[in-house]
Design a protein around this ligand. Sequence first.
Ligand code: HEC
Length: 114
Amino acid sequence: MNRTTSLGKPGNLLLVLAAILAMSSFTGDAYASGDAINGKKLFDKSQCQKCHGTEVFTREERKVDNVEALEKQVRLCDSQLSVNWFDDEISDVVAYLNETYYKFPKDSDNKPEE
Ligand code: HEC
């Protein structure tokens, strides 16, 4: 009955550390962290629609059929222009195009679309 209870404390510290780790790994995920609202801004002010409109994203025979392929294509098309988006800008645009047109399930939540 005389035992000290102070040994319970280090557990709390571990919880805090785990929480910090969880938050920092969240920002490391390209697709989960893509900001679709910023992606829309970037897309709208870019010259992405110089060669094609948004119809290529929804046409029946579209080439892109998963998030990785979408990112690859955005990088490829980006390199046709002189915008040279940074990696986080690429993932913002990927998030925007995915949320608006492609609707692939994200890495983090694999819930079926529609
Ligand atoms: C120099 C011309 C050009 C520019 C500029 C351009 N694209 Fe493309 N894009 C293409 C061509 C060509 C295709 C392939 C069309 C095809 O295969 O029929 C394509 C296809 C795509 C696709 C795949 C469509 C599919 O079939 O699913 C995406 C996504 C895309 N572009 C995004 C972008 C984005 C984002 C930008 C702005 C950074 C951009 N494009 C700018 C030429 C361009």
